[in-house]
Design a protein. Structure first.
Length: 202
């Protein structure tokens, strides 16, 4: 199926990031894993290994695949990397397919999409623990660094499983750059925000 797609390269990408201890700040990339889905070539980068350019091509003959791509594109912005020209967001594809036919409250996460298609799952409990640890920020021990990279790669491998079924079941061809292309704003002053929200409730 991948051979039939009109792209020289198909790259599945996932970032892990934290917000410097303050939700609402700009994303601070912790690591990135990317995989070329035809050849299996894989890039695993920790935060001190990021350079001025992404390690894979991002031109018009490259399909950039992510789940909730605004997060990955936000990390591109944080790193001052040029945006990929062809983005396929499997979150958008999944919502386009399932809106109105699933029960309210059913998860629309990567785990929810994998479960819907009967694919191998990522453990939800393990995922939550990993996300909580990543968001807690530095320092990361050597063993935590290895575990975070492995967890990130697990999401990338899941994208490789999800892509073929997404194309078989969705006719929308939604290519989405989403919120990741919005201009970066200054870090959110959460103290002022909470105060404003309290005032607006009176």
């Amino acid at each position: 199926m991948l051979e039939a797609l009109p792209f020289r390269t198909i790259v599945a990408v996932d970032f892990e990031f934290e917000f410097g201890g303050h939700v609402g700040n700009r994303p601070n990339p912790v690591c990135m894993v990317a995989r070329e889905l035809r050849t299996g070539q894989t890039w695993r980068l920790w935060r001190n290994e990021f350079s001025a350019l992404p390690p894979f091509p991002t031109g018009p003959d490259v399909l950039f695949v992510a789940f909730y791509a605004s997060a990955e594109l936000g990390c591109f912005r944080a790193l001052n990397w040029k945006m990929p020209e062809r983005v396929l967001d499997l979150f958008c594809e999944f919502r386009n397919l399932t809106n109105g036919i699933r029960e309210p409250g059913e998860p629309n996460s990567l785990i929810g999409a994998l479960d819907y298609f009967g694919l191998d799952l990522i453990g939800s409990h393990h995922k939550k623990n990993m996300v909580d640890r990543i968001l807690a920020g530095q320092p990361y021990s050597k063993s935590e660094r290895a575990e975070i990279l492995e967890y990130c790669e697990g999401d990338v491998l899941a994208l490789g499983r999800l892509l073929p079924v997404s194309f078989r079941t969705s006719a929308s061809g939604t290519h989405c750059c989403a919120a990741g292309t919005w201009p970066l704003r200054p870090p959110l002053n959460t103290t002022v925000c909470r105060s404003t929200c309290r005032c607006s409730n009176h």
